[in-house]
Design a protein around this ligand. Sequence first.
Ligand code: 2AL
Length: 165
Amino acid sequence: MISLKQFNDGDIQSAQQAIAHCVAIEAWQTQLVARRPYRDIAALQAVASALTEGWGKDELTLALRAHPRIGERPTGESSEAQASRSEQAAVQDSDRQSKEAIRLGNQRYEQRFQRVFLIRAKGRSPQEILAALQQRLQLSEAEDIEVSVQQLREITALRLQEAIQ
Ligand SMILES: NC(=O)NC1=NC(=O)NC1=O
């Protein structure tokens, strides 16, 4: 985590490094860095959010490369892995039955949509995640893309809040 001043004043390389784990979409990273300096955190978050406006299936596909499945404990010390572990803590600590239900739900979801199920996990219990997964299985491809992109926006915003304070 770095301060807004450090983010504003740092060189391009270090500024991009500080936010790269928020979402694996290069354009978002480079544009957020290019618009420095930000007068305050709210201005930074407003631009970060505006830069997600046009996201669709292509951006989702890019971002999913960096998101482990829900319930699969992300390994490694990368910023992404650390962020995922903390976001998914409630699932990691849940009982075996919930974990198995989520694992099976992920399988069903991937068979239907051919992509990893993405949900903003922070603040959600395993039960809430499971309920969301069941609901998402009823959606059409287009509907689920829209919901998945919205989840990606939420995860990105939460990670940015943690990254620069
Ligand atoms: N497949 C996922 O939904 N992954 C994740 N959701 C989060 O909130 N963090 C993740 O890594």
